[in-house]
Design a protein around this ligand. Structure first.
Ligand SMILES: [Zn+2]
Length: 323
């Protein structure tokens, strides 16, 4: 199970940042790093709020419009800021080709879970702040020459946690991919299983992997893209079983958080522990791809992975109306 409080402390949630209160020294996935200066004295600057964002790695001030145009990556050092699922979607798919599936699906409070706030009130808050019904967008799209079943998670919705809806939407996506003989791509970012749904969240691990097993049996490619952070129940299920597993630079990837591992093993963790670079070095992932090159790389990978598969016929008979 995830400890989302870990991530609120270590992941740079710098969507739109008040320059005066930006914590410094944040490294994506630097494991044991903590935001320095979050509670300390802040630097005063006469800069209008919401126009500039300070890079979490090189401290460069970046004009927000430039940041958006560069897919929320720093031009100076290549740091990857968090990006909303819709913006990522737009960067990956052919224009107007995305047909969303199960867009309105939202969770029910089956356990009547109440912590600091009730689960329905949490859901409502995040639905309002993100404009999404849950933490994943799924649908069919075109990417260059390929039709693809694509799922994109959003960390800004309850830490990208996987509850019944995330699991069900992804499972339906994968099953549709299998039925229509399409490659599946899932872009993950998650703090893990959603604690508000208890065992129902954990069940999604087996469900998504079961659907992927059928997809694999049909000899169809599945590419898993790991972004900062991808952890816990999501990393322990569909995110780690891709035919290809690729990651964004600096992404934190792991099961338990570094603090938990350190406390449990009482051992000093190696530098760069749980970063994409660390895992690539040890053969746990296949490649690191920058956000700006992601679309092109994914198209190339699908080219390669579907080389032996029958190509769809160039011209198709008009589709019969679905009954
Ligand atoms: Zn930078």
């Amino acid at each position: 199970m995830s400890d989302l409080s870990d991530f609120s402390k270590t992941s740079p949630q710098l969507e739109t940042v008040d320059v005066e209160t930006i914590p410094t020294g944040i490294e994506p996935g630097s494991g044991s790093s903590k935001m320095k200066g979050g509670d300390g004295p802040t630097r005063k600057k006469n800069i209008p709020k919401g126009l500039w964002t300070k890079c979490g790695k090189c401290a460069e001030l970046i004009y927000d419009k430039d940041l958006e145009e560069n897919l929320k990556t720093c031009k100076s050092c290549g740091y990857h800021f968090p990006i909303a699922a819709r913006a990522r979607l737009a960067s990956l798919v052919d224009e107007k080709s995305f047909k969303e599936m199960d867009g309105g699906m939202s969770s029910v409070d089956i356990l009547k879970f109440t912590g600091v706030a009730s689960y329905p009130s949490k859901l409502e808050r995040y639905q309002n702040s993100t404009g999404e019904s849950d933490a994943v967008i799924t649908g069919l799209c075109k990417m260059g020459p390929h039709r693809v079943a694509l799922g994109i998670m959003d960390f800004s919705f309850l830490g990208g946690s996987m509850g019944s809806v995330v699991g069900e939407k992804l499972t339906r996506l994968i099953e549709t991919g299998t039925k229509k003989k399409l490659p599946v791509i899932i872009v993950s970012t998650s703090g893990g299983a959603r604690m508000y749904e208890g065992m129902f969240s954990l069940m999604q691990m087996a469900k998504t992997c079961g659907a992927l097993a059928y997809h694999s049996e049909a000899r169809l490619p599945y590419i898993s893209v790991l972004t900062h952070p991808t952890t816990a129940g999501v990393m322990a299920s569909f995110a780690s079983v891709g035919d290809l597993v690729i990651a964004e630079p600096g992404a934190m990837i792991g099961f338990a958080g570094p603090r938990v591992i350190k406390d449990t093993t009482q051992a000093e963790l190696p530098p760069g522990f749980q970063t994409a670079e660390f895992l690539l070095d040890r053969g746990m992932i296949d490649a690191i791809v920058t956000r700006n090159q992601m679309r092109e790389s994914l198209i190339n990978y699908i080219d390669y992975l579907s080389a032996g598969l029958a190509k769809p016929k160039a011209k198709r008979a008009p589709r019969k109306k679905a009954s």
